[in-house]
Ligand binder design. Structure first.
Ligand SMILES: [Zn+2]
Length: 246
Protein backbone atom coordinates (compact mmCIF):
# COMPACT_ATOMS: atom_id res chain seq x y z
CA UNK A 1 0.00 0.00 0.00
CA UNK A 2 2.81 2.34 0.90
CA UNK A 3 4.56 1.44 -2.38
CA UNK A 4 1.38 2.15 -4.28
CA UNK A 5 1.02 5.53 -2.59
CA UNK A 6 4.64 6.34 -3.31
CA UNK A 7 4.22 5.31 -6.93
CA UNK A 8 1.12 7.49 -7.30
CA UNK A 9 2.96 10.39 -5.71
CA UNK A 10 5.86 9.92 -8.10
CA UNK A 11 3.55 9.83 -11.14
CA UNK A 12 1.67 12.94 -10.01
CA UNK A 13 4.98 14.62 -9.27
CA UNK A 14 6.28 13.78 -12.74
CA UNK A 15 3.13 15.15 -14.39
CA UNK A 16 3.33 18.36 -12.36
CA UNK A 17 7.03 18.69 -13.18
CA UNK A 18 6.39 18.29 -16.91
CA UNK A 19 3.54 20.84 -16.85
CA UNK A 20 5.75 23.30 -14.95
CA UNK A 21 8.68 22.68 -17.30
CA UNK A 22 6.62 23.30 -20.42
CA UNK A 23 5.06 26.49 -19.10
CA UNK A 24 8.52 27.70 -18.06
CA UNK A 25 9.81 26.85 -21.53
CA UNK A 26 6.98 28.90 -23.02
CA UNK A 27 7.81 31.87 -20.82
CA UNK A 28 11.52 31.50 -21.48
CA UNK A 29 10.97 31.92 -25.22
CA UNK A 30 9.95 35.55 -24.68
CA UNK A 31 13.18 37.37 -23.91
CA UNK A 32 13.06 40.69 -22.07
CA UNK A 33 16.66 40.98 -20.88
CA UNK A 34 20.03 39.32 -20.84
CA UNK A 35 21.81 37.72 -17.87
CA UNK A 36 21.94 39.97 -14.78
CA UNK A 37 25.54 38.84 -14.30
CA UNK A 38 26.50 40.65 -17.48
CA UNK A 39 27.74 44.24 -17.17
CA UNK A 40 26.26 45.15 -20.52
CA UNK A 41 23.03 46.47 -22.00
CA UNK A 42 21.50 46.41 -25.49
CA UNK A 43 20.09 49.48 -27.21
CA UNK A 44 17.33 48.45 -29.62
CA UNK A 45 15.56 50.58 -32.23
CA UNK A 46 12.27 49.73 -33.91
CA UNK A 47 11.62 50.65 -37.53
CA UNK A 48 7.84 50.78 -37.53
CA UNK A 49 6.35 51.94 -40.85
CA UNK A 50 5.58 55.67 -41.17
CA UNK A 51 3.02 57.39 -43.38
CA UNK A 52 5.02 60.54 -43.99
CA UNK A 53 8.44 61.98 -43.36
CA UNK A 54 11.82 60.37 -44.02
CA UNK A 55 11.11 57.46 -41.71
CA UNK A 56 14.80 57.37 -40.86
CA UNK A 57 16.59 59.17 -38.03
CA UNK A 58 19.84 59.86 -39.87
CA UNK A 59 21.43 62.01 -37.11
CA UNK A 60 20.82 59.17 -34.62
CA UNK A 61 22.28 56.51 -36.91
CA UNK A 62 25.27 58.76 -37.66
CA UNK A 63 25.88 59.18 -33.92
CA UNK A 64 25.77 55.41 -33.33
CA UNK A 65 28.23 54.88 -36.18
CA UNK A 66 30.62 57.65 -35.17
CA UNK A 67 30.70 56.53 -31.53
CA UNK A 68 30.95 52.87 -32.56
CA UNK A 69 27.87 51.98 -30.50
CA UNK A 70 26.57 48.46 -31.22
CA UNK A 71 22.80 48.52 -31.79
CA UNK A 72 20.01 46.16 -32.77
CA UNK A 73 17.26 47.26 -35.18
CA UNK A 74 13.87 45.64 -35.69
CA UNK A 75 12.66 46.37 -39.22
CA UNK A 76 9.06 46.10 -40.32
CA UNK A 77 8.58 44.72 -43.84
CA UNK A 78 6.70 47.81 -44.98
CA UNK A 79 9.59 49.99 -43.79
CA UNK A 80 12.16 47.80 -45.57
CA UNK A 81 10.15 48.02 -48.80
CA UNK A 82 10.43 51.84 -48.87
CA UNK A 83 13.99 52.27 -47.52
CA UNK A 84 16.32 50.25 -49.69
CA UNK A 85 19.30 52.63 -49.43
CA UNK A 86 18.90 52.92 -45.67
CA UNK A 87 18.63 49.14 -45.26
CA UNK A 88 21.84 48.66 -47.25
CA UNK A 89 23.60 51.35 -45.19
CA UNK A 90 22.56 49.68 -41.93
CA UNK A 91 23.56 46.22 -43.15
CA UNK A 92 27.01 47.54 -43.96
CA UNK A 93 27.76 48.52 -40.35
CA UNK A 94 29.50 45.54 -38.72
CA UNK A 95 28.33 46.38 -35.18
CA UNK A 96 24.67 46.76 -36.16
CA UNK A 97 22.38 43.76 -35.83
CA UNK A 98 19.15 43.45 -37.82
CA UNK A 99 15.95 41.77 -36.66
CA UNK A 100 12.36 42.02 -37.89
CA UNK A 101 9.19 43.69 -36.64
CA UNK A 102 6.28 42.21 -38.63
CA UNK A 103 5.25 43.02 -42.18
CA UNK A 104 2.66 45.81 -41.79
CA UNK A 105 2.97 46.38 -38.02
CA UNK A 106 -0.29 44.59 -37.27
CA UNK A 107 -1.76 43.85 -33.85
CA UNK A 108 -0.78 40.16 -34.01
CA UNK A 109 -3.14 38.78 -31.32
CA UNK A 110 -6.07 40.00 -33.44
CA UNK A 111 -5.01 37.73 -36.33
CA UNK A 112 -5.47 33.98 -36.75
CA UNK A 113 -2.36 31.79 -36.81
CA UNK A 114 -2.03 31.73 -40.63
CA UNK A 115 -2.14 35.50 -40.90
CA UNK A 116 0.24 35.88 -37.97
CA UNK A 117 2.69 33.53 -39.70
CA UNK A 118 2.56 35.62 -42.90
CA UNK A 119 3.04 38.83 -40.91
CA UNK A 120 6.04 37.47 -39.02
CA UNK A 121 7.59 35.71 -42.02
CA UNK A 122 7.21 38.65 -44.47
CA UNK A 123 10.25 40.78 -43.59
CA UNK A 124 12.36 37.71 -42.77
CA UNK A 125 11.84 36.45 -46.33
CA UNK A 126 12.37 39.93 -47.81
CA UNK A 127 15.71 40.39 -46.05
CA UNK A 128 16.80 36.89 -47.08
CA UNK A 129 15.78 37.04 -50.73
CA UNK A 130 16.52 40.69 -51.52
CA UNK A 131 19.50 41.35 -49.25
CA UNK A 132 20.89 37.87 -48.63
CA UNK A 133 20.68 38.36 -44.87
CA UNK A 134 19.16 36.11 -42.27
CA UNK A 135 17.43 37.98 -39.44
CA UNK A 136 16.81 35.53 -36.58
CA UNK A 137 15.56 38.09 -34.04
CA UNK A 138 11.88 39.07 -33.95
CA UNK A 139 10.01 41.73 -32.00
CA UNK A 140 6.20 41.84 -32.24
CA UNK A 141 4.66 45.26 -33.03
CA UNK A 142 3.46 47.06 -29.88
CA UNK A 143 5.03 44.19 -27.88
CA UNK A 144 1.68 42.39 -28.34
CA UNK A 145 1.53 38.61 -28.66
CA UNK A 146 -0.40 35.49 -27.74
CA UNK A 147 0.51 31.80 -27.53
CA UNK A 148 0.26 31.41 -31.31
CA UNK A 149 2.75 34.26 -31.85
CA UNK A 150 5.31 32.57 -29.60
CA UNK A 151 4.77 29.16 -31.24
CA UNK A 152 5.06 30.56 -34.77
CA UNK A 153 8.24 32.49 -33.99
CA UNK A 154 9.75 29.36 -32.50
CA UNK A 155 8.71 27.23 -35.49
CA UNK A 156 10.34 29.78 -37.81
CA UNK A 157 13.55 29.61 -35.77
CA UNK A 158 13.24 33.20 -34.54
CA UNK A 159 14.21 34.51 -31.12
CA UNK A 160 11.40 36.48 -29.52
CA UNK A 161 12.82 39.75 -28.19
CA UNK A 162 10.94 42.26 -26.04
CA UNK A 163 12.55 44.70 -23.56
CA UNK A 164 12.70 45.52 -19.87
CA UNK A 165 13.42 49.25 -20.18
CA UNK A 166 11.28 51.72 -22.12
CA UNK A 167 12.68 55.01 -23.45
CA UNK A 168 9.21 56.42 -24.13
CA UNK A 169 10.68 58.22 -27.13
CA UNK A 170 7.45 58.41 -29.20
CA UNK A 171 5.77 60.44 -26.43
CA UNK A 172 5.82 64.14 -27.36
CA UNK A 173 5.08 65.10 -23.74
CA UNK A 174 8.21 63.44 -22.36
CA UNK A 175 11.20 65.75 -21.83
CA UNK A 176 14.73 64.57 -22.55
CA UNK A 177 15.83 64.88 -18.91
CA UNK A 178 12.80 62.91 -17.72
CA UNK A 179 13.52 60.13 -20.25
CA UNK A 180 17.15 59.92 -19.15
CA UNK A 181 16.24 59.93 -15.46
CA UNK A 182 13.62 57.19 -16.01
CA UNK A 183 16.11 55.04 -17.89
CA UNK A 184 18.88 55.55 -15.34
CA UNK A 185 16.45 54.37 -12.66
CA UNK A 186 15.29 51.34 -14.69
CA UNK A 187 18.33 50.09 -16.55
CA UNK A 188 20.38 47.38 -14.88
CA UNK A 189 22.86 44.72 -15.94
CA UNK A 190 21.50 42.81 -18.94
CA UNK A 191 18.81 45.36 -19.81
CA UNK A 192 17.30 45.63 -23.27
CA UNK A 193 16.07 49.20 -23.98
CA UNK A 194 13.48 50.00 -26.64
CA UNK A 195 13.80 53.15 -28.79
CA UNK A 196 12.71 54.16 -32.31
CA UNK A 197 14.96 55.07 -35.23
CA UNK A 198 12.21 55.72 -37.78
CA UNK A 199 12.10 59.45 -37.12
CA UNK A 200 9.17 59.09 -34.72
CA UNK A 201 11.38 59.16 -31.64
CA UNK A 202 11.61 62.47 -29.79
CA UNK A 203 15.02 63.23 -28.26
CA UNK A 204 16.23 59.72 -29.17
CA UNK A 205 19.70 60.78 -30.28
CA UNK A 206 20.21 63.12 -27.31
CA UNK A 207 19.05 60.45 -24.86
CA UNK A 208 21.40 57.86 -26.40
CA UNK A 209 24.27 60.34 -26.04
CA UNK A 210 23.37 61.04 -22.39
CA UNK A 211 23.12 57.32 -21.64
CA UNK A 212 26.42 56.65 -23.37
CA UNK A 213 28.02 59.29 -21.16
CA UNK A 214 26.47 57.94 -17.95
CA UNK A 215 26.33 54.17 -18.43
CA UNK A 216 29.43 53.59 -20.52
CA UNK A 217 31.90 56.36 -19.72
CA UNK A 218 30.98 56.81 -16.04
CA UNK A 219 29.66 53.42 -14.90
CA UNK A 220 31.72 51.18 -17.17
CA UNK A 221 28.81 49.25 -18.67
CA UNK A 222 29.27 47.87 -22.16
CA UNK A 223 26.80 48.48 -25.00
CA UNK A 224 26.29 45.34 -27.10
CA UNK A 225 23.89 43.89 -29.65
CA UNK A 226 21.05 41.69 -28.38
CA UNK A 227 22.74 38.52 -29.67
CA UNK A 228 25.98 39.39 -27.91
CA UNK A 229 24.06 40.18 -24.73
CA UNK A 230 22.35 36.77 -24.85
CA UNK A 231 25.17 34.59 -26.17
CA UNK A 232 28.50 36.32 -25.89
CA UNK A 233 28.49 38.13 -22.59
CA UNK A 234 30.79 36.89 -19.87
CA UNK A 235 29.84 37.52 -16.24
CA UNK A 236 31.32 40.78 -15.02
CA UNK A 237 32.55 41.69 -18.47
CA UNK A 238 33.06 45.43 -18.93
CA UNK A 239 33.62 47.60 -21.95
CA UNK A 240 37.31 46.98 -21.53
CA UNK A 241 36.78 43.24 -21.91
CA UNK A 242 36.81 41.26 -25.11
CA UNK A 243 33.99 42.41 -27.35
CA UNK A 244 32.38 40.23 -29.93
CA UNK A 245 30.58 42.00 -32.73
CA UNK A 246 28.54 40.16 -35.33
ZN1 LIG B 1 6.77 49.16 -33.86
Amino acid sequence: MRDRTLQTALVVGAILASVTASSQDGAAQVIRSGPPTCKAIALTFDMCPVRDGAGYDAPLIDTLVSKHIPATFFLSGRWVATHEAEVRAMLSVPFFEIGTHGQIHAHLPMLDADRQRKEIQGPVTLLQTHYGRSAPLFRPPYGEYNDATVEIAQALGLRFILWNAVSGDPDPQLARTRMVDNLKATVRNGSIIVFHANGRGRHTRAVVEDLYEDLVLTKGLQLVTVSTLLDGCKPGQTRDGTERSH
